[in-house]
Design a binder for this molecule. Structure first.
Ligand code: 5GP
Length: 347
């Protein structure tokens, strides 16, 4: 047994230190980023925020709405090939260029990914997603997907340490998804005692990825726009959001009326609810590692995404970053023991 003494930080442990800036207004801040990906050589430009591949967040409807803002959606893996065929018929190129096709790592998943990708050349992102990215099986699967799709952008995860980020990039991933345990409906830390504070995971994994020309997605744990900025400030190239984009018209969750109020169901992809729906219940050998919650229904996602983007722009003006790309260079985090003032309740 070994104990690491280095301090590891979550979003709640820091704030940005403001810096002198020549920017007069947040309208001067450019949130669009241009990437050329390491293995595929593909170029992509957009706002590097991604709706999570959860079945009450990353829907086709979400992809269509967020693409208008240049924002991406990792479409969840529970749509059939026929659903995708219907979807690609009615969508313009920008929606498809901003959609990730999510997949697990089974033989059936591989065949399904091939069938979906064959529908159109406009789909360019594949998101290989398993809860525990430390499995040797993931590395082999990434190699296999890279061989099959040399010119597609491949994201793989989830991991939280630099060694595994390097291994996945060397196996063929353009992007590595980072986060174990921080999610809003995740109970992994409670059920297993495993995890890593998300800001430190991002800082360490970004360093490892960038050294090899790879990219990372900071996935999970953002509860407000300030957290999204902190993730970018820590070095995340992309930030993935579940809970912050759940509960909306486009999230496609089950609507529930209770005491005259409208709610939407939101649950973790390893929760009892998800396993009941997609796998016929929780298998005997495993425990559910996700929660089910009811969120007040929030209407269309437009206002929310604009609010998030406005918050990130504002962070950039406070630290003098004219482009999102500069945020990490301009970021000095201060360690704090308080965040917001909750005297009149929580925002
Ligand atoms: P959020 O933005 O809601 O804090 O986090 C979203 C992320 O939580 C997802 O992208 C995914 O990585 C993670 N997640 C989703 N469902 C589950 C679950 O059931 N268990 C765990 N451990 N993580 C989950």
């Amino acid at each position: 047994m070994r104990i690491e003494q280095d301090l590891k930080l979550g979003f709640k442990d820091v704030l940005f230190r403001p810096k002198r800036s020549t920017l007069k207004s947040r309208s001067q801040v450019e949130l669009t980023r241009d990437f050329t990906f390491k293995h595929s050589g593909r170029q992509w430009a957009g706002v590097p925020i991604i709706a999570a591949n959860m079945d009450s967040v990353g829907s086709f409807e979400m992809a269509a709405s967020l693409a208008k803002h240049g924002v991406m959606t990792a479409v969840h893996k529970h749509y059939t090939v026929a659903d995708w065929a219907e979807f690609v018929k009615n969508n313009d190129t920008s929606v498809l260029n901003n959609a990730m096709v999510s997949t697990g790592t089974s033989e059936a998943d591989f065949q399904k990914t091939k069938d979906i990708m064959a529908l159109t050349d406009d789909l360019i992102f594949i998101c290989i997603d398993i809860a525990n990215g430390y499995s040797e099986h993931l590395v082999e699967y990434v190699e296999k997907v890279r061989t099959e799709f040399p010119d597609k952008v491949i994201s793989a995860g989830n991991v939280v340490t630099g060694d595994m980020v390097e291994e996945l990039i060397l196996a063929g991933a353009d992007i590595v998804k980072v986060g174990i345990g921080p999610g809003s409906v995740c109970t992994t830390r409670v059920k297993t005692g495993v995890g890593y504070p998300q800001l430190s995971a991002i800082i360490e994994c970004a360093d490892a990825a960038h050294g090899l020309g790879g990219r990372i997605i900071g996935d999970g744990g953002c509860s407000c726009a300030g957290d999204v900025s902190k993730a970018f400030g820590g070095g995340a190239d992309f930030v993935m959001l579940g809970g912050m984009l759940a509960g909306h018209e486009e999230s496609n969750g089950e609507i529930i009326e209770k005491d005259g109020q409208t709610f939407m169901k939101f649950y973790g992809m390893s929760s009892q609810s998800a396993m009941d729906k997609h796998s016929g219940g929780v298998a005997k050998y495993r425990a559910a590692e996700g929660k089910t919650v009811l969120l007040p229904y929030r209407g269309p996602v437009d206002n929310t995404i604009q609010d998030i983007m406005g918050g990130v722009r504002s962070t950039c003006t406070y630290v003098g970053a004219a482009q999102l790309k500069e945020l990490t260079k301009r970021a000095t985090f201060i360690r704090v023991q308080e965040q917001e003032n909750n005297v009149y309740g929580k925002e």
